[in-house]
Each structure stands twice: as C-alpha cells, then as structure tokens.
Design a protein around this ligand. Structure first.
Ligand SMILES: [Fe+2]
Ligand SMILES: [Fe+2]
Length: 282
C-alpha cells in the first residue's frame, strides 16, 4: 500500500468533488502496515459517503484512533462499526470516556461520546492510555499533552462532570497522531485543544525528531490577533516546518495570519479530499 494521508471528513470539501462536509474531522493514514483512521466525523453519514467517494475500504483498517471524546470526532462510530473488523484495535487517551458538556447555548448539553465503555468493548479492542501508544510501525499517539505553557484551545463553558457538579474541561483526552515519514515527523491534530505550540513542543520532546508537517484542526478559531501573531512568530522560528495544513476548527483568521507569516508554500487548506502530497514521497 502506498503511504499517504487523506482528509476524509472536514467542515469544507475539495472543490469539484462529490464529497460531503460537516463540522467534524477524520483522516485516513495509509502505511506499509495497513491503514489507520483518525476520528470519525460527526454524523457517520458523511464519513461513509466520503469513504465510498474516495474508494477507501474501512474493512482494511488496522486500527482506529480517537483524538478526543467530542461528538464531532466520535459521532461516526455507530455508523462505521458495521464496516470494521470486529475487535479492531481502538486507541485513545485514558480520559476519553469522561462525560463532556457545553453551556454555550445557556443550557448544559452533552458534547461527548454517544456510546459508552461497554459498547466500545463490544466492538473494539480498546487501548486507553495517557502515555504515547504505538499504533503501527511509525504511527504513534502523543499521549496526554502534559506541558501547556503556550496558548491552548480551551472553549469557555465546556465542562466535565466532577463529583456532584461540573468543572472546566482540562481536555486531558486531547491527543494528536505522530506519523514518521522519510523526511521527518508528521503531526495530525483532531481539535488540538491542548494547543498547537504545546503539541508541537510535546512531540519534539517525546520523539526527539524534527516535525516537517502539521495537519488538522488547531483550535485557533477563537484566538485573538495578538495570540495568532505569537503563534505565527513561534512557528516561523521552527525552521523545519515544511507544511501546515489547516482545517476544521482552525478558523479563517488563523489561516490568513499564518499564511501571511509563513507563506503560501507552507500554509495550505485541508478540506475533505485533500491528499497530503509530501507524505506520499516515502
Ligand atoms: Fe472538533
Ligand atoms: Fe473538540
């Protein structure tokens, strides 16, 4: 199988394609050891349609990774499961199953997983761990991003259940995927609630290799202009970055600011249907 990474679900779709879009994310990572799926989008309907349009067969998957528990990354699980090998390995951080809520509309509503631990165990071989986990040769989770000195993608009024009450979500479930390529590490983000800079520093510290590309949702959508300039300045200082594919919760302001700072050769859009072409050189 030819190595490569394809965006299967995003808020936007590649123009002239017949793909569908929704607020959600999924990446298909093809490796020499077989394909891995990161996240499942929100509805399942979009994921299955786009897999078919892209001629990607979920029965071939060797593993599923969930970047975090939010509905727009895990909502496709029930629709997808019928296409998967029973007992497929599923990887996530240990905090995946924490109940999650939002009060953004004034009323507390669930925004976490729509399935429970028993359902997951029925269909998957579940691997939950806070440490980095190897999925296949050359494919790892980041584990929990523990050090967060830089801006993070925390959303006001997003909560977890805490005892009898609720507490601000610390997003300990948030992970990214690390894929080794011939030219360096590729980091695939789900929502990157832990923060883009924090995630990059974590990967550099843990994996001790340079990062050549980052792709996915970076949750800079609510960052103010000063924060975006700070992120752009820090990224400019990391000379090895060759590609920054922004989608999902990155936001238009972040796209414009980072593209102006880093250049159009580096900062690219990443709608559903986008194939990260540099990764196919391996
Ligand atoms: Fe998201
Ligand atoms: Fe999220």
């Amino acid at each position: 199988m030819k190595p490569g990474i394809t965006c299967v679900v995003d808020n936007a779709v590649k123009s002239s394609s017949h793909l569908w879009g929704e607020h959600g994310l999924a990446f298909w990572i093809a490796t020499d050891s077989g394909p891995v799926l990161l996240d499942t989008g929100q509805s399942g309907t979009v994921l299955l349609h786009n897999l078919d349009e892209l001629h990607l067969d979920a029965a071939e998957l060797k593993a599923l990774v969930l970047s975090h528990g939010h509905y727009d990354h895990t909502g496709g699980l029930p629709a997808l499961v019928g296409r998967l090998t029973p007992g497929l390995p599923l990887y996530a951080n240990s905090d995946l199953l924490q109940e999650r809520f939002s009060q953004s509309t004034g009323q507390r509503r669930s925004i976490g997983l729509s399935v429970n631990a028993d359902w997951l165990s029925e269909h998957f071989t579940v691997h939950l761990d806070d440490a980095p986990q190897q999925i296949l040769p050359g494919v790892w989770t980041t584990g929990v991003i523990t050090e967060r000195p830089y801006p993070a993608g925390y959303v006001p009024r997003q909560e977890i259940r805490a005892g009898e009450g609720y507490a601000s979500d610390p997003y300990r479930d948030d992970l990214s995927l690390v894929v080794e390529s011939n030219s360096g590490l590729v980091v695939l983000c789900g929502c990157c609630h832990a923060g883009l800079l924090n995630t990059i520093e974590h990967v550099q510290r843990v994996f001790q290799q340079s990062i050549v590309a980052v792709a996915g949702g970076t949750h800079l959508i609510s960052a103010d202009a000063a924060t975006l300039q700070f992120v752009a300045q820090k990224l400019s200082g990391w000379g090895g970055l060759q590609r920054l594919y922004l989608n999902h919760c990155s936001g238009q302001e972040a796209y414009v600011t980072l593209r102006q700072a880093l250049g159009g050769a580096i900062v690219r859009p990443c709608p559903a249907g986008a194939v990260l072409e540099w990764a196919t050189a391996a």
